[in-house]
Design a protein around this ligand. Structure first.
Ligand SMILES: Cc1cc2nc3c(=O)[nH]c(=O)nc-3n(C[C@H](O)[C@H](O)[C@H](O)COP(=O)(O)OP(=O)(O)OC[C@H]3O[C@@H](n4cnc5c(N)ncnc54)[C@H](O)[C@@H]3O)c2cc1C
Length: 427
């Protein structure tokens, strides 16, 4: 790969890699680069910049903190680090899907998901990186200057020259702007999200089932919502192109949502704190180039409408590290990294379709029909489980649910639903 690109071949001894951001993607990339460098007997220097101090939980992360399969394999096989059992607050086996009128339990199969405190998970990964000899600088990268023979990296702490820069800054406005200024990178399109937490009585939390409650409400501005049980609280989040605090107020008033919360819960009477975050919904433009590559949320390389951003962050980190050490740091080498992510990119089209279908079905009430159909058809129920949990790709789900087998029942159930609706309207 290197002959056409002098200096842009696989990173070898004496070279410097700078990672901008110490979330799951940045930490994973740094850890994997360090391990490969050792294996290949290359003395490279890896410096990771992260302004937040995760240790001591001084920063909030709006992420709900659900680690879903195959996170164990990603950590233990991909990164050769132990799964942090000590951080698990709750094991999640099932999902409960709610439309405005209907509810269905979607039972999981295989490995559960694990609810953790997200900031503690980030602290754990970063500690692993430090243990492996990576230099973690507490500071924010403020500027980058690309020159043919390297990059000058400026931060609010220290400045240094690097051979490659890895953008793992999530959807942080400053990080995006920095890369936009220095390269052709353009951040991914994203959905907004509002998150809050409530702390019900201890007994209520003990009795709460080990399920995530997912909502596809008929409210036009909300694409989906979820209530996730943690150890001593429930995390509630909603997402939509432009959701606001008022949308969260409206969500918390919905009867379907109230049915999951404590009976005496009155949102207005509580001083609820709302946090705002964002989910990427498509890949960034120019997400790699000579001497730079982006990962995780910054790259937008996530399965659409599926969550699992932590897994995607770790996986893109591992794939980028392998590209840098084995193929090189040129645009051409990073094209292979992009191709390695085809599990995500090839599911984009299906993802968008499912997203549109889910939103329109919820808005016109058609989701009730799908839920009713799923009650009588185990394969539709399993398909819904995988759609909601994100455990399988949309393409695989479509292949599992034979449309020819399902269509007659769908039409029959839909017909009955229309009849019921018409009768109700006449009365
Ligand atoms: C409401 C909400 C709930 C979610 N729930 C889940 C969930 O339950 N499970 C799941 O798997 N995913 C979830 N996600 C997605 C998940 O949070 C992200 O996909 C994941 O954090 C991406 O990891 P990352 O390392 O790419 O970015 P981040 O985790 O955002 O990390 C980026 C890091 O870069 C640092 N940084 C930014 N700018 C600079 C700079 N200039 N210099 C140095 N450092 C910088 C930041 O401080 C930050 O620590 C959720 C997202 C949202 C919005």
């Amino acid at each position: 790969m290197s002959p056409n690109f002098p200096g842009l071949g696989p990173l070898d001894g004496g070279k410097v890699a700078v990672v901008v951001g110490g979330g799951p993607s940045g930490a994973s990339c740094a850890i994997r680069m360090q391990q490969l460098a050792k294996q290949l007997h290359r003395d490279i220097r890896i410096v990771l910049f992260e302004p937040k101090q995760f240790e001591g939980e001084r920063h909030f992360n709006q992420c709900v903190g659900v680690l879903s399969p195959p996170i164990m394999e990603i950590l233990e096989d991909g990164l050769k680090i132990s799964f942090p059992w000590h951080l698990v607050q709750r094991e999640i086996y099932n999902y409960v899907l709610h439309s405005d009128r209907e509810t269905i339990l979607l039972e999981g199969e295989g490995q559960p998901s694990f609810a953790v405190h997200r900031v503690k998970f980030d602290a754990y990964l970063l500690k692993q990186a430090e243990r492996q000899g990576i230099r973690v600088v507490q500071g924010r990268v403020t500027d980058l200057e690309f020159a043919p023979h390297g990059i000058m990296v400026y931060s609010d702490n220290e400045n240094l020259r690097a051979d490659v820069v890895v953008g793992a800054f999530g959807l942080d406005g400053g990080g995006c702007e920095l890369f936009q200024r220095a390269t052709s990178y353009q951040p991914p399109q994203a959905l907004a999200s509002i998150v809050t937490r409530i702390y019900p009585p201890v007994d209520f939390m003990k009795r709460f089932d080990s399920s995530i409650h997912a909502f596809l409400p008929g409210l036009r501005r909300i694409e989906f919502g979820a209530i996730t049980p943690k150890k001593d609280h429930l995390t509630i989040n909603i997402a939509g192109a432009q959701v606001t605090a008022e949308d969260m107020d409206a969500f918390l008033r919905l009867p379907a949502v109230r049915s999951v919360l404590p009976a005496n819960f009155l949102p207005a009477s509580l001083e609820l704190q709302y946090f705002k975050g964002r989910f990427p919904i498509r890949p960034a433009k120019h997400l790699y180039g000579d001497r730079y590559v982006t990962l995780g949320d910054a790259s937008g390389l996530l399965r659409p409408f599926k969550g699992k951003g932590i897994n995607s962050g770790c996986l893109t980190g591992i794939r980028a590290a392998e590209t840098i050490l084995k193929l090189g740091i040129s645009r051409k080498a990073f094209r292979s990294y992009y191709r390695l992510c085809d599990d995500v990119t090839q599911d984009m089209w299906y993802g968008r379709l499912i997203r549109q279908l889910a939103v329109s079905s919820a808005n016109i009430g058609w989701l009730d029909v799908v839920i009713e159909l799923a009650r009588g058809h185990p394969h539709v129920r399993t398909g819904l489980f995988h759609c909601v949990s994100g455990h399988k790709s949309f393409k695989a789900i479509r292949q599992d649910i034979s449309l020819r087998q399902t269509l007659p029942s769908l039409l029959f159930t839909g017909g009955r639903w229309l009849l019921k609706l018409t009768t109700q309207t006449h009365h």
